[in-house]
Write a protein that binds this ligand. Structure first.
Ligand code: PRP
Ligand code: MN
Ligand code: MG
Length: 184
């Protein structure tokens, strides 16, 4: 019996698999950032769900950790990136001299992550690293390798756990493949 959303043709990553991997990443990152007072920066909107779970999986909690958000958008309602990244910091957090950990839900073409990483490096961050839940390596148009990666995925249109199609499906607790008729 299908327990998932009617627009989902296949559950790629059930919530238990995501939870287990996110917990591993959280512990690894907590160890790496234990003495770095990191600024963890999530990209709105897609990274919100992953970021919420990831920071709570950082055990022991890194002292001085702060949360910040950046609005980055290039897709709109399209399924393919326009390549032009619109970037807007949400808060006033100073980046200069800080250890920045950028959180993404997915690295696809790589354009968004590269634009943000370059922005924080230019702003004088002491270090800039990227953690992404998902990566589609075969879709890269620019070189981008996440420092921490949850799962590599095939080139299928995935939604859920923060990822949308036309702003829908972000609240699904798993990563699923969207039925082609839902974006045709
Ligand atoms: C999506 C996703 C990543 C980016 C990845 O964001 O959340 O941020 O695209 O694609 P890229 O590697 O080709 O740049 P989107 O622009 O759809 O905004 P959203 O997070 O608000 O959905
Ligand atoms: Mn995004
Ligand atoms: Mg999107």
């Amino acid at each position: 019996v299908a327990q998932h959303h009617p627009h989902i043709q296949e559950v790629l990553l059930p919530k238990q698999a995501i939870e287990a991997r996110v917990n591993e990443l959280g512990r690894q990152i907590a160890a790496d950032y234990a003495d770095k007072r990191p600024v963890v920066i999530g990209t709105l909107k897609g990274a919100v769900v992953f970021m919420a779970d990831l920071v709570r999986a950082m055990e022991p909690p890194p002292p001085g950790l702060e949360l910040e958000f950046v609005r980055a958008s290039s897709y709109g309602a399209a399924t393919v990136s326009s390549g032009k990244v619109d970037l807007r910091m949400v808060g006033p957090t100073a980046i200069k001299g800080r250890h920045v950990l950028l959180v993404e839900d997915i690295v696809d073409s790589g354009c968004t992550a590269v634009a943000l990483l370059e922005h924080f490096a230019t702003a004088g961050a002491a270090s800039v690293k990227l953690v992404s839940l998902l990566s589609k390596p075969e879709r890269r148009t620019v070189t981008c390798e996440p420092h921490y990666l949850g799962f590599p995925v095939e080139d299928k249109f995935v939604v859920g756990y923060g990822l949308d199609y036309a702003e829908q499906y972000r609240s699904l607790p798993y990563i699923g493949v969207l039925k082609p008729e839902c974006y045709a």
